[in-house]
Design a protein around this ligand. Sequence first.
Ligand code: C2O
Ligand code: CU
Ligand code: CU
Length: 561
Amino acid sequence: MKENYELPEENDFTKETHCTDVNPSLPGTIPKFVDVLPIPKVLSPDRLENGYAYYEIEMKAAMHKFHRDFDETLIYGYNGLYPGPTIEAIKCETIYVKWVNNLPSKHFLPVDKSIHGAIDNPEVRSVVHLHGANVAPDSDGHPDAWFTRDYDCKGPKFCRKVYEYPNDQQATTLWYHDHSLGTTRLNVYAGLAGFYIIHDFQELSLNLPKDKYDIPLIIQDKSFKEDSSLAYPSGPPNGPVFPSIVRAFIGDTMVVNGKVWPYLKVEPRKYRFRILNASNTNGYVMKLSNGDPFIQIGTDGGLLTKPVTLTSFPLDPAERIDVIIDFSKYKSGDKIILNTEENDLKSDVMEFIVTDPCYKSKDTSVIPKILRPIDKLDKEMAVKTRRFVIGQDLDFYKRVMLSLNHRMFSDPATEKPEYDSIEIWEFANTLTSPVLAAHPIHLHLVQFQILNRQLFDLTTFKPDEWIEKGTGIDYYPDIINPDPSEGGPVPPEKPDEAQRAWKDTVRVEPGTVLNGTIGSVTRIIVHFDNHTGEYVWHCHILEHEDHDMMRPLIVVKKYFD
Ligand code: C2O
Ligand code: CU
Ligand code: CU
């Protein structure tokens, strides 16, 4: 770091000018990087109860300004804030949260009343799920544990008002969000999402960048109407149901911590960013505009064994990545943009503007060589392999819906692992049209490990046989060498280093249509070692989850004979 410095030229970064020709519905007219990145406040407990931190968090409608040149507009927020306040917890210190629903009775986004959970139920329902947490089922925020304002109406699984979070897991970045059946996509889009960060002493001892140099980024794509209000599609006007759920929501602007295309002034030093993709549908591949690397230190469930250098990384809905960016080699005024590989204006996410160094706080943080050991789950210990085909079906109204083994959410539970057992779950993505898309599959309660991925021939695939016996699948052709007589079976591919750690959401990659029709199998290994009871697992594309791409997960007591 350079030793002498000039005083910062004040006003250098003030972006006061207001543009009048901005139309929020036309993203090309929205000036980028004119709003400071907000950093959600860390909530302090309302009180201590028997020595435990107790919080009350109110879900309510509020006004929010997404951009300097937008008008304030209606959102739903935890404590009226979007994103919600950050909750910080320490490993194994239980906290309690009373989630209070003060939302109005009518939703401001288009409600589909024909999908699961929405038929004959109040329009605005809410329940809060702490994503990635190891919690008992009654505090997990089951989609059917929803409740309305003043608990006037309650879903069939509602059982308690105050949730208990034991934080019995290693330091990591979790997030809380709405999970009410059939309306998760609308409530999360409306603003109901926030960070929940667990610290532990092992992590604190590593001397990673901390406090104001440890910044969570919640990224969501959104679209706006001309009057600055949030736009969400109502579905085809002459379809069988209107408004209707859509198969995907792709916004046209990028919103980080509640602002459209914000900027952050950074000192020339190391920063830790906990990046969460909380978009409804869109997965991104992220990189820096100057090609500089990220030093990845963690995944959904905690730290990697050792840092991994990445120049880009994929991040699908609900996934988190924990990275360090070292700005120390830049000079004051340098600008670096966080980019995606999207083809439109969404290729920009936010801008980092390097300032002069701050001599009050020298960067003494380090990037340790070793972060934390991870016990590898042993394939030989798995007592069961379950197989799932990701396919599509038509619903009652003949609308396309994505599905897991062609079952609906309300079909009897089929995933009933025994408590303390290890299982392998395999997902075959058979979808090749209209788009090749990954499905981010998420299991509640557990953190798991990714075993491998493998391409297979879709034209000879026998889904029922594969689900039942694991046969009826040809693991070729090799896409590079497509002739099976030469190529032979494609061996499974290990996840890259960046994914060899604890995950609660896995990208089930699509195959490819190149040289024929090829599907892809993704395998994970899971230890159901924490609680018994009723949870769910699902695709975290919210438009899929709300349209039956979700299944019960029931961890059952071990049967001793
Ligand atoms: Cu982040 Cu079941 O969800
Ligand atoms: Cu979850
Ligand atoms: Cu999906």
